[in-house]
Design a protein around this ligand. Structure first.
Ligand code: 0PR
Length: 385
């Protein structure tokens, strides 16, 4: 740090120049992100609550009320009347909390000390971090030919050490929804904690279903589901960082509680201590502002773009990996290696990402990707061949 204070304008100027190196969502070039530009109203509200700290909720009683309200409201969206949970930093922390709740619950009520979690091969890497931190062994459940959990294979890997089963509603690479209803039954019958990672799909599946899209049930209406991750900072259009973890019962928070002397509350269940109230409040505000109707329109638009892109891709000779269930299209060209195709797109200044399983270019059709961007992209894809 330099000795003397520097003028604000000079600092802002320097920051702006460096910020210019960042890609902007509005350019429509960011094709592999599950985050997008937050809604201006959510940003406005966020800035008003920047000093609030939900780590000490007795000091920020109003902000805590808003967090509780937004959790109940997301819970209702997921068919749960009385939800518990928190707005956290993202899907990674939400998944970590779910796995920690499951581990502690199994330790307390079943005496399991060297537990295992069953996750699909398609699970987000946040579960690997969670297992590492919580000293759990990962057992992978195989996928079927449609890239969803193979339920028979899953049954075979359940053991007396299983502390949780995880399924995904909106996989990171292909946007697919696992057979959650069947898995819920298995988990319920075997008395095993069942977590659904709907970090991506949680803010679109309920709305698409309302519009009549034929999508499977994935939420708390299934008795086996114990917790759901759903991220406002993905399809919810809330500012980063905003993840959501929703629990069916308060006891899942209680088994994680540690004493918190000198705070205004006696215990704390979240992983993060000092934590921003702004994320919870901005999520509350944007959910009110959009309402179900607003989110239905958003989700529908993104699906229409997805179907448009998928059908055009097929027309120009590309192979689409699977029929999209949500707003992700993964594809290859039969005559070109995926990495080479990715680098050709990169040369044309498209920021694409490559899926691993199966290897394919993966485009996430978020709100910042408009029809005109897709038409430009299709032109470039045509030119590559
Ligand atoms: N669960 C699922 C199903 C996810 O897809 C993700 C993130 C997470 C959990 C973790 O969420 P957080 O990143 O909020 O902790 N999936 C993408 C990822 O691999 C999100 C992404 C990717 C966002 C690229 C932006 C981006 O540029 O991180």
């Amino acid at each position: 740090m330099q000795d003397k204070p520097i003028d604000k304008d000079e600092i802002l100027n320097e920051l702006e120049q460096i910020h210019n190196l960042d890609y902007k969502y509005s350019d429509g070039r960011i094709l592999g992100s599950m985050c997008t530009e937050a809604h201006p109203f959510a940003k406005e509200v966020y800035c008003k609550f920047l000093d609030t700290n939900l780590g000490d909720p007795g000091l920020f009683k109003g902000t805590k009320i808003i967090e509780d309200k937004v959790i109940k409201s997301i819970g209702k969206l997921l068919s749960l009347d009385d939800a518990y949970g928190n707005i956290v930093t993202g899907g990674t922390e939400a998944n970590l909390m779910a796995v920690r709740a499951a581990r502690n619950h199994a330790r307390k009520y079943k005496g399991i000390t060297n537990g295992e979690i069953i996750i699909p091969e398609s699970a987000h890497f946040s579960f690997k971090k969670a297992a590492d931190m919580l000293n759990l062994k990962i057992v992978e459940a195989k996928l079927d030919e449609n890239y969803k959990i193979d339920v028979d294979a899953l049954k075979q890997v359940i053991s007396d050490k299983t502390v949780a089963i995880v399924a995904i509603a909106g996989t990171t690479e292909l946007g697919l929804i696992d057979p959650i209803e069947e898995i819920s039954e298995i988990a319920f019958e075997n008395n095993i904690y069942f977590h659904v990672d709907a970090a991506f799909g949680g803010f679109s599946i309920p709305f698409l279903k309302k519009l009549g899209y034929d999508l499977p049930v994935f939420d708390f209406s299934l008795p086996g589901v114990c917790s759901i991750t759903v991220d406002p900072h993905k399809m919810g259009l809330a500012p980063i960082p905003a993840g959501g973890i929703i629990f069916r019962k308060e006891e899942y928070l209680e088994v994680m509680a540690v004493d918190s002397p000198y705070l205004t509350v006696k215990t704390q269940s979240t992983i993060v201590g000092t934590r921003l109230g702004a994320s919870a409040v901005a999520t509350y505000a944007i959910m009110k502002y959009f309402g179900r109707q607003g989110y239905c329109k958003l989700a529908d638009n993104m699906m229409q773009n997805t179907y448009f892109f998928e059908s055009q891709l097929r027309k120009i000779g590309y192979e689409v990996i699977c029929k999209p269930e949500l707003n992700i299209v993964a594809f290859n060209h039969p005559q070109m290696d995926t990495d080479l195709l990715a680098s050709k797109l990169e040369e044309k200044n498209w920021k694409v990402s490559v899926a691993k399983c199966p290897k394919a270019i993966r485009i996430v059709l978020m709100n910042h990707i408009k029809k005109n961007h897709l038409k430009e992209l299709l032109e470039d894809l045509k030119e590559i061949f």
